[in-house]
Design a protein around this ligand. Sequence first.
Ligand code: HEM
Length: 399
Amino acid sequence: MADELTGAAGLSWASPEFCADPYAELRRHQDDPMIYDEALEGWVAMRHAEVEDVLLGTVYAKDPDKALDGPYTRVQRAMAGSSMMFMDDPDRRRVRGLISRAFTRGRVAAMRPHIESIANTLLDAVADRTSFDLMDAYAAPMAISTIATLLGVDDSDHDRFKAWSEDLALEYDPSLPQKTQDRIALVRDELVMYFVEAIEERTHRPRNDLISALVLAHDEHDQLSLEELVSTLVMLLVAGNLTTTDLIGNGVLALLEHPDQLELLRRDRSLLPRAVEEILRYDSPVTVTDRIATTDLNLAGCPVRKGQWVWAVLIAANHDPAVHADPGRFDLTRQHIDHVSFGIGGHRCLGASLARLEATVALEVLLDRCPTLSLDSTAPPKRRAIPAFRGLTELIVRR
Ligand code: HEM
């Protein structure tokens, strides 16, 4: 499979080596502004400047119906639904405007006590263990519990939610065997049914939760349709769970691998917001996003044709030495951080403030509760094998 997915220009995108250390591979292409990759069926932009051009450009679309056909296009079409992630203006602006009325900064900020309480409860549960899996015991349950609570999902359904969101994230792997694709289609149906029932219930009996706020969100002449509501809820679950889990996991790993930086943070907690930004830059949970060219164009001297995919490799842009000096250095005192880990432009991440809050609280509570935290040298961290979502499946730590 890895051979099939190895691009013509040698970006071995879905290979175990790439998942283990994409930065080594990307460094080899540091001098190529763009490469054409057969497996990804398109152009790959790796420098900060071109990635910005692609994300801010008006000559690109997200709607997979605008793409030339290919396996990737079919995967994207299957995922698109009525999700704004795959919409272009004016539809995107309309749907995003309505969602933003419900998913407000105030609603996110109000989650802090809950996130703190989850963090403490999770660490209480491992208080008598000398070592534990940080992903399983802390990062993953914190992310799922936060997004599920924000949405208004009952506690008893949190485990089902975790399983659903992990299965749906697999959809981003274009090399999925048919059997898994079929299973995921069933998972999606289950989740859709769950949300349809929740929407129906909130329509009659609104609660103080995000599902209700989305149901009630409207402006002078508009509100979200049932299809848009369901797609939005599925999108929030998928976009908000794995990514945040990975931010916490990648962050703790980076700190434990750089004890001097960890010590710096322990001594000066005011560095915490900067630490979260440096973690996002140094090892972003979302490695890449994509667009479709809506016209023939020239990008960094490369002839991109109408209907071709253009991949913006966010982690490569974050490690572009033209923007971040000595990019492979994890440095909490870095003066200038201009990462693109949440995207930029019209599709920039809607959940960035929630992700930042969760990561901040997760690190804060961990530092307080585990003053001698270290890596377990007998159990190396394990990486997930989905190239688009960079994260760990296991991180054994000692306390
Ligand atoms: C560390 C955590 C996260 C990372 C790295 C991340 C990354 C991203 C990126 C790169 C995009 C832009 C995609 C593009 O331009 O094509 C995006 C979009 C989005 N994210 Fe996040 N995200 C994170 C957490 C969250 C959370 C917690 C939520 C919600 C609960 C969320 C909801 C969304 C939504 C709704 C969009 C689509 C915005 C649009 O299409 O207008 N994300 N995210």
